[in-house]
Design a protein around this ligand. Structure first.
Ligand SMILES: NC(=O)c1ccc[n+]([C@@H]2O[C@H](COP(=O)([O-])OP(=O)(O)OC[C@H]3O[C@@H](n4cnc5c(N)ncnc54)[C@H](O)[C@@H]3O)[C@@H](O)[C@H]2O)c1
Ligand SMILES: O=C(O)[C@H](O)COP(=O)(O)O
Length: 597
């Protein structure tokens, strides 16, 4: 299939297309995401080298439902290439804007490195993202989205299928009868009714398993350190401690994600605390069980039976003692594999990936903060202000790379909970870093990039009285311990200080150092310090006029009449060196600086 040549955009994504002054992406800013009639949390992001190409390229590396492929094809070139080796994936990825995988593909750091900045979205067609190196994705500014809801019921049903078939030896009896035997005495099972089931991980799948197990007459308890007790109570489930859950249960069903904290959470030590004859179901991730310890517990009779859909290594080795164990029922990671779930997952992930490539808001981002669309709409001009203040501040630093500490102050009449500043901080970071480096910064990688560069950004809030109609009164950016190319930008406290406000929806620069100014943050800005006297505006204006540089705005901030003043001049075009020299040669002008926004 056709793929377009790799291309590198220096700053391929901002937070939303409508905020993106560089890419003419279609506006998707006001889209309110809805799912099942309910508003869902969206997130910004965005993306795409593809914005300038005819079509982006999406690599689908594992089988995806047809409905999803069709959706992708409406917007992108779709390359379905299954069973790629790690090397083949790394080679192909440099030609792709998005990658869609299930659990069978390792999206490693090498994949992100090989993409050389082109890969903008990884779509995980399912829930678990333990096969995606999230840190590497974030470091490369690549958004990761998943499809967290479409396979929940399928996984829960598979958990129940394993629970019931394990209890009644269905798989073993089936194999026996097919081999010509009729072993009615050997396959006597155990009943579920009245037995205690511990659901470990009371999230989407766990709670559906619990609901179904209640219907089977089981006594259901659950352990989940993060689940709200009222959600459990609503379906008649008690939340208990880990130790109580494993020590009292007749059946244990695992439904937590694989994380460093849950890795091998069932091990020799925990098996030893369980009731003798306990039965275990795992449709979560193989890695949450120490598989060798499980074999030992089965052999010791602590665990009577296990039913496993997932394994540490998939597929497991052919001679796996666990899979071969007589009292183990195994399925090859089929939890999400129903026609309905795969169709749903395919649509869910295709929509998320296309949305992200178009620059729309994505509700299922895994490695970026979520910002509801209504908040985003309101914050839009402040987001622009934030980035421009960052750009101005860093250009005022003499040798910008020496910048280490930046303090951002938000003045607002809103309650702290009503003002999410992560997006603003990301945009200030973008503004601070992009003019002095070749990295692009977005909501995904802003904090990481700042940390990596040793740039400490602290945030402070000033609570204002009055009507909290607008989210912010002003934003102030202060850069500490640096010298400035424009000495007047240094405040009384010895820091470079710029401050801005939004007026009628337009960002304005309102303070430089200790000088009040008022100039719209559009085009570029010339800042001049001069001795306040009549005719200065005319003099500088006519120099720029002679050079055919259009002046959009001028403002003078002074300490006192006839003392020093700072003049801020907004210009549409970049003045020539000669024009700037002429401005510098005006006798009353003591210093000046040209700043690109
Ligand atoms: N076998 C399959 O095909 C299949 C299908 C879907 C989901 N899954 C797996 O099932 C698991 C759950 O999926 P989900 O959609 O319910 O996810 P979820 O995020 O909705 O639920 C996971 C729950 O685990 C809880 N949890 C986290 N750490 C825990 C800990 N240390 N102890 C107990 N609980 C903890 C979380 O608080 C959360 O409530 C994931 O591992 C997912 O990958 C497997
Ligand atoms: O985490 C999941 O969504 C399930 O494990 C399903 O994985 P799969 O997409 O590889 O079937």
């Amino acid at each position: 299939m056709a793929t377009s040549a790799p291309r590198t955009l220096r700053s391929p994504f901002l937070m939303t297309p409508s905020l993106n002054s560089r890419l003419p992406l279609p506006s998707a800013f006001s889209i309110a995401l809805r799912k099942n009639g309910r508003a869902v949390k969206p997130l910004v992001v965005v993306v795409s080298a593809a914005a300038l190409d005819a079509k982006p390229t999406v690599l689908v590396a594992e089988k995806l439902g047809e409905a999803g492929i069709e959706l992708l094809k409406e917007f992108a070139n779709v390359d379905c290439a299954y069973n790629l080796s790690a090397e083949e994936l790394c080679t192909k990825i440099s030609l792709c804007d998005a990658l869609i995988v299930r659990s069978g593909t390792k999206v490693s750091r090498e994949v992100f490195e090989s993409s050389a900045g082109r890969l903008k979205v990884v779509g995980r067609a399912g829930v678990g993202i333990d096969n995606v190196d999230l840190s590497a994705a974030t470091e490369h500014g690549c958004l990761v989205v998943n499809a967290p809801t479409a396979n929940t019921i399928a996984a829960a049903e598979h958990g129940i299928a394993l629970l019931t078939s394990m209890a009644r030896n269905v798989a073993q009896a089936d194999a026996s009868i097919k081999s010509g035997k009729w072993q009615r005495n050997k396959y006597v099972g155990v009943s579920l009714v009245g037995k205690s089931l511990a659901v470990m991980g009371f999230g989407k799948v766990g709670s559906e398993v619990a609901r179904r197990a209640k219907g089977l007459g089981m006594h259901v308890i659950a352990h989940d350190p993060y689940a709200p007790a009222d959600r459990a109570r609503a379906i008649g489930v008690d939340l208990v401690s880990f130790d109580e859950a494993i020590a009292t249960a007749d059946f244990i069903s695992l439904h937590m994600p694989l994380t460093p904290a849950t890795s091998k959470i069932l091990n020799d030590g925990t098996f030893a605390k369980m009731k003798k004859g306990v039965r275990i179901v795992n449709v979560a991730r193989g890695g949450v069980i120490d598989e060798e310890a499980l074999v030992r517990a089965l052999d010791a009779g602590i665990v009577a039976q296990a039913a496993l859909d997932v394994f540490t290594q998939e597929p497991p080795p052919k001679d796996s003692k666990l899979v071969q164990h007589e009292r183990v029922t195994a399925t090859p990671h089929l939890g999400a594999s129903t026609m309905e779930a795969q169709e749903g997952v395919a649509i869910e992930i295709a929509e998320a990936v296309v949305g992200a490539l178009k620059g729309e808001l994505a509700a299922t981002a895994v490695n970026a903060p979520m910002v509801p669309s209504e908040v985003l709409t309101e914050l839009k001009p402040y987001v622009e202000l934030a980035e421009k203040l960052g750009r101005l501040a860093v250009q005022l630093v003499a040798g910008g790379s020496g910048m280490k500490t930046v303090k951002v102050t938000y003045a607002s009449a809103r309650a702290p909970d009503d003002l999410d500043t992560r997006l603003l901080r990301a945009m200030i970071t973008k503004g601070l870093i992009e003019p002095i480096s070749s990295v692009f910064v977005n909501l995904v990688n802003a904090d990481f990039t700042a940390k990596q560069r040793g740039l400490r950004i602290t945030e402070e809030r000033i609570s204002l009285d009055g009507s909290p109609e607008s989210p912010l009164d002003f934003i102030q950016v202060q850069v500490a311990n640096v010298e400035s190319r424009f000495a007047s930008a240094i405040s009384e406290a010895g820091e470079i200080k710029v401050e801005g406000r939004v007026k009628d929806g337009i960002p304005h620069l309102t303070k430089v150092g200790s000088f009040e100014v008022d100039v719209t943050l559009e085009g570029s800005i010339i800042l001049c310090r001069q001795v306040d006297q009549p005719g200065m505006i005319g003099k500088v204006g006519s120099i720029l006029g002679e050079e055919n540089v259009n002046v959009s705005f001028m403002s003078v901030g002074r300490i006192a009449p006839r003392k020093q003043a700072v003049m801020a001049i907004g210009v549409d075009d970049q003045p020539s060196k000669e024009a700037l020299k002429k401005i510098g040669d005006v006798p009353a002008i003591e210093e000046f600086v040209f700043l690109k926004l």
